[in-house]
Design a protein around this ligand. Structure first.
Ligand SMILES: *[C@@H]1O[C@H](CO)[C@@H](O)[C@H](O)[C@H]1NC(C)=O
Ligand SMILES: *[C@@H]1O[C@H](CO)[C@@H](O)[C@H](O)[C@H]1NC(C)=O
Ligand SMILES: *[C@@H]1O[C@H](CO)[C@@H](O)[C@H](O)[C@H]1NC(C)=O
Length: 181
């Protein structure tokens, strides 16, 4: 039973990765990918399966009937891919840049709050820490990254930590204020 379920799962995984799905490439894609995988004339070799899958999925490559047509299709596929990745990088750089600006700002405020705490100015510290906690810049950073064109957030854990710790620091400063009466 369990073995059958595992076997089925493996089969589904394989299918999802296109391993058990037989791709029948066009003759030119087949011979080209075979050459790309093994020919001594090619400087950088590629995996045959990956090559067949990538080119077969592309209409221009699939309809290419000669080496020049396939070369143009592959180059244009590469341009589309690089352009798409450029957009992703630019979006990430843009949004991470905004996060960085905010992080520097809240970090500056927390550093000043730390000075206040060490100097016995609990009320001043509390105001600053509360402002940081309420502004919740890390959550805003999460939001712009998730909603950005890249649709990915490489620092969600860090944002979570920053939010969590600043709320703790702010809360402790408030408790300290009240305990001093
Ligand atoms: C691909 O080409 C190889 C030889 O290069 C041949 O043995 C194989 O049958 C071909 N496969 C398809 C699907 O055309
Ligand atoms: C490699 O290049 C030689 C000539 O330089 C040619 O005869 C041979 O067919 C080529 N092999 C492949 C797999 O393209
Ligand atoms: C880029 O190429 C990869 C590999 O073929 C493909 O999986 C991916 O969908 C392509 N991305 C775009 C935006 O064309």
């Amino acid at each position: 039973m369990a073995t059958q379920q595992i076997a089925l799962l493996l089969l589904l995984l394989a299918a999802a990765h296109g391993l058990s799905v037989a791709i029948s490439p066009t003759p030119i894609i087949n011979t080209t990918c075979a050459a790309l995988a093994h020919s001594p004339n090619v400087t950088v070799h590629v995996d045959y399966e990956f090559c067949v899958r990538a080119l077969s999925a592309d209409t221009a490559s699939s309809s290419a009937t000669d080496a020049r047509g396939l070369a143009a299709a592959a180059a244009s596929l590469t341009v589309a891919n690089l352009t798409s990745t450029e957009h992703i990088i630019a979006d990430l750089v843009d949004n991470l840049g905004r996060c960085l600006t905010d992080y520097r700002e809240i970090n500056g405020m927390v550093r000043h709050a730390l000075d206040d705490i060490r100097g016995g100015r609990a009320a001043d510290a509390s105001v600053k820490l509360l402002e940081v906690a309420k502004a919740n810049a890390p959550a805003w950073c999460d939001l712009i990254l998730i909603e950005g064109d890249a649709k990915r957030n490489p620092i969600d854990q860090e944002n979570h930590n920053a939010d969590f710790l600043s709320v703790i620091a702010s809360g402790i400063a408030e408790l300290m204020l009240h305990s001093h009466g």
